[in-house]
Write a protein that binds this ligand. Structure first.
Ligand code: C2E
Ligand code: CA
Ligand code: CA
Ligand code: CA
Length: 279
């Protein structure tokens, strides 16, 4: 039994080493990706009640030389663990600002807002606010066009530093959106202290609207909450006309999801936005 136990241990040891080796390989690959410009932003439209495009969410993709297009779920967690999310996140922000600056000259694109995902550790980094403001200045971006999508876990912390940073950004005119809203489990009282412009209903609630009656109740409560706090609410992950209509009849005014469009590479997104009858 004793030697059996040791075998089990060395088995896990070997597995562990494999995992660590794979992670450090991926970490190296991520560094190289940043240096060699293998990251790319895709853009997913956000639409209003009349299906008019209001803006887009920027979603990072990794064009890996061998593995093809890698989705963020496969590398953002490691980027967060390793600290690489700081330079990667900065690249995302700079690319978003550059794009907003380019769109400013085109009447069909200049009205769009662009939402950028910000990891908690990125937002908590001491230089974050300064870097965002410097980018806005450098690219002469209208602050109202940029939205930062923050996670519930960040704002739930309610750390003084986080809240005061949110106020600085807000004062500057930058939009703040609460991503994956409803997936954390805290009381909602913290919301009234935060300078939020948008709540983003998590896609898990939208996908179960017709199968889980509780989810419809929760979604309606979120919409009512947004209304009473004066915060816009957008539903993500809208895939069917039925979902869209149920959301609309519940008072939802903004939508994002495959029903309207997948996240698109830049040129395709611009073509869609500039079509005569938009979406
Ligand atoms: P998220 O912020 O919740 O982004 C929404 C995800 O849902 C995206 O996945 C999008 O492609 C997907 N999606 C959109 N519409 C639908 C739909 O109708 N149905 C379904 N099933 N899915 C839909 P994606 O692009 O793979 O991104 C995954 C996550 O990676 C994002 O979740 C976000 O947390 C993270 N992420 C993406 N880009 C960045 C980034 O630049 N920085 C950071 N820190 N995180 C990012
Ligand atoms: Ca998001
Ligand atoms: Ca989400
Ligand atoms: Ca998510």
């Amino acid at each position: 039994a004793k030697s059996g136990g040791r075998n089990v241990l060395s088995f896990f040891d070997a597995k562990m080493q494999q995992v660590i080796a794979r992670q450090s390989q991926l970490e190296q690959d991520l560094r190289r990706a940043l240096e060699e410009g293998q990251f790319e932003l895709f853009y997913q439209p956000q639409v209003d009640m009349q299906d008019r495009m209001q803006g887009a969410e920027a979603l990072i993709r990794w064009r890996h030389p061998e593995r093809g297009l890698v989705s963020p779920d496969d590398f953002i967690p490691l980027a967060e663990q390793s600290g690489l999310i700081i330079p990667i996140g900065l690249w995302v922000l700079e690319s978003a600002c550059l794009q907003l600056a380019r769109w400013a000259d085109n009447p069909q694109l200049s009205g769009l807002s662009l939402s950028v995902n910000v990891s908690s550790c990125q937002f908590s980094h001491p230089a974050f606010v300064e870097q965002v403001l410097a980018l806005m200045d450098r690219y002469e971006v209208c602050p109202q066009r940029l939205k930062l999508e923050l996670t519930e876990s960040l704002v739930l912390d309610n750390a003084e530093e986080v809240v005061s940073r949110m106020h600085v950004l807000k004062e500057y005119g930058i939009g703040l959106s609460l991503d994956d809203f409803g997936t954390g489990y805290s009381s909602l009282s913290y919301l009234k202290h935060l300078p939020l412009d948008q709540l983003k209903i998590d896609r898990s609630f939208v996908s179960d609207l017709f199968t889980d009656p509780t989810d419809l109740v929760i979604v309606r409560a979120m919409l009512a909450l947004g209304r009473s706090l004066g915060i816009c609410v957008i539903a993500e992950g809208v895939e069917t006309v039925d979902q869209r209509n149920l959301l609309a009849s519940s008072g939802c005014l903004s939508y994002q999801g495959y029903l309207f469009s997948q996240p698109l590479p830049l040129t395709q997104f611009e073509q869609l936005a500039c079509r005569p009858a938009c979406l």
